[in-house]
Design a protein around this ligand. Structure first.
Ligand code: ZN
Length: 200
């Protein structure tokens, strides 16, 4: 689906709809500008994003990665990049140990990425061929209660590390692009019932 206006982005950029709530959450807290999301063909013979500019099997080809620069920032590593650096540290507290649900975070220490260049975020997902939607995607649950005001990166409730979503689609992760704009996202656990027995 197209990236919504609440997430500043380059015109025409698209992503898998299942990561949109996470992107909204990030955009409400960090001054991000998305320069690339999904790259590849679209139904109807159109094309979006750069043409095979990412590494082979990049998550960009599944719509599950974004490249980020500071909104209104410069292409030099200056003060405008400070919030992006904070976001990068939040998503990847230690090099090559990204916080779930992120699969790979490209920033300082990764060739072609970093302050003054760009931040790459990709989400953990089922193995999928290029240009196909993944069967499942890990996202962090986003509470729908307005934007928080504090500038501190307050981590959302991430799923406990090590939790692996089951194979196959779950609620909210149907592999259908571009249908509606529901707030339901991804693999956050849905509690059902909690019914207590009657009487006794
Ligand atoms: Zn990227």
């Amino acid at each position: 689906m197209p990236i919504p206006a609440s997430v500043p982005h380059e015109a025409g950029d698209m992503v898998d709809r299942r990561i949109v709530p996470d992107l909204r959450w990030i955009a409400a807290r960090y001054p991000i500008y998305v320069t690339d999301g999904y790259s590849g063909p679209l139904p109807g013979g159109r094309h979006v994003g750069c043409n095979l500019c990412h590494v082979r099997n990049s998550d960009h080809y599944n719509g599950l990665a974004v490249d980020i620069v500071p909104l209104g920032g410069s292409s030099r590593c200056d003060a405008s990049w400070r919030p992006i650096s904070r976001l990068a540290r939040w998503a990847e507290p230690r090099q090559n140990r990204p916080r779930p649900p992120f699969r790979w975070v490209g920033y300082d220490g990764d060739a072609g990425h970093g302050c003054g260049n760009h931040l790459h975020l990709s989400w953990e997902h089922a193995v999928a061929p290029m240009f196909k939607l993944a069967q499942w995607v890990e996202v962090f649950p986003v509470a729908r209660q307005g934007a928080a005001k504090q500038p501190q990166p307050s981590p959302p409730q991430t799923p406990p590390s090590g939790v692996k979503p089951p194979k196959g689609p779950r609620g909210g992760s149907e592999a259908e692009p571009g249908v509606g704009d529901g707030p339901q996202g991804g693999v956050s656990t849905v509690q059902s019932g909690g019914v207590s027995p009657h009487g006794d």
